[in-house]
Ligand binder design. Structure first.
Ligand SMILES: [Zn+2]
Ligand SMILES: [Zn+2]
Length: 375
C-alpha cells in the first residue's frame, strides 16, 4: 500500500520511456531494454545505475501488471484532487485507497450523501422533526366568528404505548449497534476524503432491536386515537387552515414534534353572512318606514339588537353600516352591513286597502314618467 504515494508522485511511463497508452507488449520490450542497460552486474559500484535499475523495476512492477496499471492510472488521474493530503505512507492500515471503476462510483455517491445530510437524510441518527398531521374541524358560524376552544379527535402516529417507543418487546432492550457504536454513522477513510455514511448495521438508528415489540413490530410508533385541545382563533373562514405548533406527530431521536394543521369548515348561518371581517344581514322594512324614515331595530350576531336610523325616502336594497358589530379579532374590527328590503304586504285588510288607495289617488307623478317621456 505504501506504493500508492509513490504512484501519485512518479511517472512510470516516463521512467520506461513509453506513451501513456502503450500496449503491454511495448511496455515489456522497453523494460527489458532499459533493465539490460542499467543492470547492476554490468555497472559494478555505480550507485546511480543501481538507483536507475530500481526505478525501472518499480515502474515495470506496476505497468507490467494489467490490474495494477489500471489502479495506477486512477490514482494518477485523481491525484491532483488530493494535493498533499495523502495519509501516512507505509503505515499499516493507514492508507487504503483502492480505486476501481466501482470504487470511484462509491466515492462520488458518498460525496453526494454527505451533501444531502445537512438537509436531513432519513437514514441518520440525527434528530428528526415529526410529521405535520392534517385534521378537519366543522364549526358553526357563530363559533367561527367568536373563536372557540374545542377537542379534536384524531387518529395518528403516536409513540407506541407497549414499548414506549423503543421498538423492543417489553422486558428486552434495544442494544447499541456494534458496527457503529451507537453513532448511526460509519466513518469511511477513503484516503483523499473522510466520509460518514449511514450505518448499514442499524439503518442509522444507532441501536438494534433483536426482539421487536409485538404491537408496533419494532417501529416504536402506532396508530392511536388521541384528543387534542385546539384553540381556533376568532374570525376563521370556511376552508381556512390553522396551524397548531407542536401538536402533530412525535419527532425521532429527540427531534421536535410536528404541527397539527386543522382545516376549518364553517356551516352557514340562517340569517347572517360574512364578507371579510364584516357581517351581513338583510332586514325587511315597511313602505311607511322607507318613505317616512325612522328608527328600526336590527339584530346582531352576538348581543342585543341595535337601532338603525333610516332617512326619509330610503330605497329598497340600500346598505347601512353599523360600526364595530362585525367580526372582532385582535387585528381587525369589522362592521355589520345591513341591507334593507322594502316589504310589500300580500294581504290587506279593508282599512289598509283604503289607505293605500288614498295614497294612489294622491300620487301625481309616476315613477315611470321618464319611460313615458322617452316614447
Ligand atoms: Zn412498540
Ligand atoms: Zn449502527
Amino acid at each position: 500500500m505504501a506504493a500508492q504515494r509513490e504512484w501519485y508522485e512518479k511517472d512510470y511511463y516516463k521512467v520506461l520511456g513509453v506513451a501513456d497508452d502503450a500496449v503491454p507488449k511495448d511496455i515489456t520490450k522497453a523494460y527489458r531494454k532499459l533493465a539490460r542497460e542499467s543492470h547492476p552486474d554490468t555497472h559494478p559500484g555505480d550507485d546511480a545505475a543501481e538507483e536507475r535499475f530500481k526505478e525501472i523495476s518499480a515502474a515495470y512492477d506496476v505497468l507490467g501488471d494489467e490490474a495494477k496499471r489500471k489502479e495506477y492510472d486512477e490514482v494518477r488521474r485523481l491525484g491532483p484532487m488530493a494535493g498533499g493530503q495523502f495519509g501516512p505512507a507505509g503505515g499499516p492500515g493507514g492508507y487504503n485507497f483502492n480505486v476501481g471503476a466501482d470504487g470511484l462510483g462509491d466515492l462520488l455517491g458518498q460525496m453526494f450523501n454527505r451533501g444531502r445530510r445537512g438537509g436531513g437524510s432519513s437514514a441518520s441518527a440525527a434528530p428528526q422533526r415529526g410529521a405535520d398531521v392534517d385534521a378537519r374541524l366543522t364549526l358553526d358560524f357563530a363559533d367561527a366568528v367568536r373563536g372557540i376552544t374545542t377537542t379534536l379527535h384524531l387518529t395518528s402516529d403516536a409513540q407506541c404505548s407497549t414499548c414506549n417507543g423503543s421498538g423492543a418487546k417489553p422486558g428486552t432492550q434495544p442494544r447499541v449497534c456494534s458496527q457503529c457504536g451507537g453513532r448511526g454513522v460509519i466513518d469511511d477513510n477513503q484516503g483523499f476524503f473522510s466520509f460518514s455514511s449511514p450505518c448499514r448495521g442499524c439503518g442509522g438508528a444507532g441501536v438494534v432491536v433483536d426482539t421487536p415489540c409485538p404491537t408496533c413490530r419494532g417501529s416504536g410508533s402506532e396508530r392511536r386515537a388521541r384528543e387534542v385541545q385546539a384553540r381556533i382563533p376568532a374570525g376563521v373562514a370556511d376552508g381556512q387552515k390553522i396551524r397548531l405548533k407542536g401538536r402533530g406527530a412525535p419527532g425521532r431521536n429527540g427531534g421536535p414534534v410536528g404541527d397539527l394543521i386543522v382545516e376549518c369548515h364553517v356551516t352557514p348561518h340562517p340569517r347572517f353572512g360574512r364578507h371579510g371581517a364584516d357581517l351581513t344581514v338583510r332586514v325587511p322594512i315597511t313602505f311607511a318606514e322607507a318613505a317616512l324614515g325612522g328608527d328600526i331595530d336590527v339584530p346582531t350576531l352576538d348581543g342585543p339588537q341595535v337601532t338603525l336610523r333610516l332617512k326619509p325616502g330610503t330605497q329598497t336594497g340600500t346598505r347601512h353600516r353599523v360600526r364595530g358589530k362585525g367580526i372582532v379579532t385582535q387585528k381587525t374590527t369589522g362592521d355589520l352591513i345591513v341591507t334593507v328590503d322594502v316589504h310589500v304586504p300580500t294581504e290587506l285588510d279593508a282599512q289598509q286597502r283604503a289607505a293605500i288607495e288614498a295614497l294612489a289617488a294622491a300620487t301625481t307623478v309616476s315613477p315611470r314618467h321618464h319611460d313615458r317621456d322617452a316614447e
